[in-house]
Design a protein around this ligand. Structure first.
Ligand code: B12
Ligand code: SF4
Length: 459
């Protein structure tokens, strides 16, 4: 690094500084493929690329789809870290640092526990990169990286530079950011912790510009709660309507009470909306600080309204709250089947670092590991705490069985036919591709180690 930087100053423009961006995968069984997740274009990298001055050379390794070249000639490695990828990220960082190449870490996990991340790199960026990226690059060029850069949250007026994805094969879906954060404070949620329970709107002109530049007609609107601010949401729908795209996004059940909003969503191209139902149990919702889901009224009616508006639902449920037992899991599966949701997720609760849930379980001495994300023998799909009414193993099995049941050929057929007419023909086609592979994926992912042991080098 010192040599390259020295040359950079001596030879000026002839020797460019080079940055290597890395998106780590979650993990794999020895000799097997990495845990399969939807291979969407990672917007984070396109934002960091857009923030980087043109005279700096860049390269990008997406660990989910290609091998990382650990021998690459580079001056700085920047890794985005999620909790699930923390262990592997630290292993990758170690490998580059052994060659004397400085490593900067950022992202959700780093922001939630910067002290831990600092142990494995030269510098951490806390919060959003936008406000501190240039300062960090200047410092890196002069070989005096600070241990911590405190980024802001909510300042994001950048148009992502997707040239960084060139040559990589992603799903034919464009990711367009519409908002960051969420106005709610669900106990388990990393987003509400990261954004301090606030929602930050994005400039509608920038949203439109991103769509104009999009390669695909199918768009995923990246937003933790698209309907957090009604007026803003209506503005977005008006802005994007002329582009005639088809989109999927995330929002809360509250949208079902607002017919005008649903109409505007559909008119702007909404096909599928992800809604966190989480639990059908009133006490559980109260404990997770999501009582608003219960207070909204009759759930069956709310679901019907969304479906009647011509919008499919991706429903998510979480199990492990104190009132959960075998029955509550069965009820959720029955509810999901009754409504023929486009798709659904049945996840076990996971204490993400520094969330109120994590602190509560720690205080009650119910955590199985202090840091499951770094634990040597922790595998995907396993519980990391002791639920009140079920053993950790039993709950993990129940979630697995719920996924299998929902993905069984009979259920898929019934849901597929119910979706006919609800979504566009292409999304209906996608339904089969996605749902018929779901059952297989459930088994593939179960019990896969996340990351490698920290003393082993990543391969
Ligand atoms: C789209 C999405 C997905 C997509 C694809 C993601 C992808 N990487 O391609 C899919 C559907 C596949 C997915 C899957 C999962 N996801 Co996801 N996903 C998202 C979502 C909605 C948007 C991500 C995004 O593009 N953001 C926009 C970019 C611009 O923002 P950003 O990443 O925050 O980056 C900024 C800063 O964080 C910072 N930054 C980030 N990295 C770095 C690195 C450096 C070096 C620097 C300097 C700065 C920096 O600067 C950036 C610019 O400001 C987020 C929620 C969200 N709003 O971000 C959840 C989120 C990232 N997902 C999450 C989870 C848990 C998952 C799953 C594990 C779910 C599951 N149970 O299977 C899987 C597996 C993920 C994996 N790693 O393989 C969690 C992560 C929580 C955590 N503590 O780690 C999030 C935050 C959702 C949540 N509600 O908690 N996901
Ligand atoms: S509504 Fe969703 S995004 Fe908002 S805090 Fe709750 S779980 Fe997080």
């Amino acid at each position: 690094m010192i040599t390259r930087i020295y040359r950079y100053f001596k030879e000026g423009m002839e020797t460019k500084m080079k940055i290597t961006y890395i998106l780590p995968a979650i993990g794999k069984k020895p000799g097997k493929k990495y845990i399969g997740t939807w291979k969407m274009e990672p917007l984070t990298m396109a934002v960091l690329k857009a923030l980087t001055p043109r005279e700096i050379e860049t390269e990008f390794f997406d660990d989910r789809i290609e091998l990382i070249n650990y021998e690459t000639q580079t001056d700085l490695v920047c890794i985005t870290v999620e909790t699930y990828t923390a262990k592997r990220s630290y292993g990758i960082a170690k490998r580059f640092r052994e060659r004397g190449i400085p490593v900067v870490l950022g992202g959700y996990h780093v922001t939630l526990c910067p002290e831990e991340a600092q142990e494995y790199c030269d510098s951490v960026i806390v919060g959003n990169g936008e406000t501190v990226w240039k300062e960090m690059l200047d410092d890196a060029q002069q070989g005096r990286l600070k241990p911590v850069y405190q980024g802001g949250i909510g300042e994001y007026d950048v148009t992502p530079d997707k040239s960084i994805f060139e040559g990589k094969k992603y799903l034919p879906v464009s990711l367009v950011e519409t908002g960051r954060g969420c106005c709610h404070s669900c106990e388990f949620c990393s987003i509400s912790k990261f954004y301090c329970s606030r929602y930050y709107c994005r400039d509608h002109k920038l949203i439109a510009e991103d769509i104009r530049r999009s390669e695909h007609k199918y768009t995923f609107l990246v937003d933790d709660n698209l309907v957090a601010n009604r007026e803003n949401a209506m503005g977005i729908f008006r802005e994007i309507e002329p582009f005639k795209i088809k989109w999927a996004g995330q929002g809360t059940l509250s949208m079902a009470r607002d017919e005008e909003l649903l109409k505007a969503m559909k008119k702007s191209g909404c096909e599928i909306i992800l809604i966190g139902f989480e639990s059908l149990n009133k006490e559980n919702l109260k404990q997770m600080n999501k009582s608003f889901n219960y207070a909204l009224g009759e759930r069956d009616e709310l679901v019907k309204r969304i479906h009647d508006a011509g919008i499919g639902i991706y429903a998510t449920f979480v199990f492990g709250y104190d009132n959960d037992d075998e029955r509550t899991v069965e009820e959720a599966v029955a509810f999901a089947k009754k409504h023929n949701f486009y798709t659904a997720a049945f996840n076990h609760l996971l204490p993400f670092p520094n969330t109120p849930l994590y602190h509560r379980l720690k205080q009650d001495d119910r955590l199985l590991y202090d840091k499951w994300w770094l634990q040597e023998d922790y595998n995907y799909g396993e519980l990391a705490f002791r639920p009140k009414q079920l053993s950790p193993e039993k709950l993990s099995q129940l979630c697995h069985d719920a996924r299998k049941e929902f993905a069984s050929p009979k259920t898929v057929l019934s849901r597929g036919f119910a979706s006919l007419g609800r979504t566009s023909p292409l999304l209906w086609g996608l339904f089969w591709g996605m749902n018929l592979r779901l059952g297989e994926e459930v088994d593939q992912k179960m019990n896969v180690p996340i990351g490698e042991n920290l003393d082993e080098l990543p391969k």
